[in-house]
Ligand binder design. Structure first.
Ligand code: NAP
Length: 264
């Protein structure tokens, strides 16, 4: 089996990365940064987001596993003290794979510019470049509302514990093939009105944002932020691709939610 290890870059993560690499090489696994079957991310959830994007072109052939060197993560749920156990499990056992849904974002441009497509593990957000965001929101091809406010966030189930949660969105179990639309500070008064609640869309529904006047937007895909000019529409749906995590022991999602947000 071929493996690669990515590190957050701090000294604790780097030391752990070198230790795991040497243990796995001792078990005669092959280190291959280009075409790994297994990617081990050492750091935090943010480190796993970077690893995901680095290998997003080969998601069907790569499984991820996260070791955390800080606090418990949602993607990084192994602790440094467990790495010997983890290394043996990787080397000896055929591992189980769990798959989580991803968000597809397609940005289309005025004047026939080539569309861009992204996959997000956590979420995609849309904000105006330098003003209030004004967007017509369509769901499944039907006009739903005209949004005015700071921005909109479309998240995956596994990303629902990240930015989405800070916006008052619900936490979704990652076995649900769905995406969630959450508002950032919508303007609501006698003139302007939005639904005001987060919406959860199933895999066969598409959410489309269409600019009303301003056509330049800051669009984030997980940690990546880009200014898109002359935007005609931004389309979101559950992606056909899924992210694969290697599972060596049960760690139920709701336990991770409890341990991260309620108590250690
Ligand atoms: P960052 O600003 O350095 O870290 C964002 C925090 O979000 C880190 O504590 C990270 O955990 C945590 N996180 C990432 N994915 C998570 C998940 N699925 N569930 C729970 N927590 C999660 O940025 P970054 O490390 O590059 O990560 C980018 C992410 O930051 C975005 O995808 C977005 O979700 C999040 N973000 C959140 C807010 C907010 O909550 N108001 C605002 C902007 C962006 P680790 O410490 O384990 O890495």
């Amino acid at each position: 089996m071929k493996f690669a290890i990515t590190s957050k870059g701090n000294s604790e993560s780097n030391t752990l990365m070198h230790k795991m690499k040497s243990y796995l090489l001792d078990f005669e696994l092959i280190y291959d940064e280009e075409e790994p079957d297994l990617v081990i991310s050492v750091g935090g959830d943010g480190t796993l987001l970077y690893a995901f994007h680095r290998y997003s072109s080969r998601l069907d052939r790569t499984a991820f596993i996260g070791v955390h060197t800080g606090h418990l993560g949602f993607y990084a749920d192994w602790v440094p003290e467990e790495i010997e156990k983890l290394v043996i499990a990787i080397a000896k056992t055929p591992y189980e794979i769990v798959e989580y849904p991803l968000l597809e974002t397609v940005v289309r441009y005025q004047n026939g510019g080539k569309e861009t497509r992204y996959l997000a593990l956590n979420e995609s957000t849309v904000k105006a470049d330098d003003a209030t965001l004004v967007m017509d929101v369509e769901i499944r091809g039907q006009h739903f509302e005209r949004f005015r406010g700071d921005g909109l966030c479309l998240s995956t189930p596994s990303g629902s514990t990240a930015y989405n949660k800070a916006l008052g969105g619900a936490i979704l179990h990652p076995s649900l093939p769905a995406i969630q639309l959450a508002e950032m500070a919508s303007i609501n008064n006698k003139v302007f009105r939005t639904v005001g609640s987060p919406l959860v869309l199933p895999a066969h529904h598409t959410c489309m944002l269409k600019p009303v006047n301003e056509q330049d937007f800051k669009i984030t895909i997980d940690h990546l932020s880009l200014l898109h000019k002359d935007v005609k529409s931004i389309q979101f749906r559950v992606a056909e691709e899924r992210v694969r995590f290697a599972r060596f022991r049960p760690f139920p999602f709701w336990k991770r939610v409890h341990d991260s947000f309620v108590a250690d």
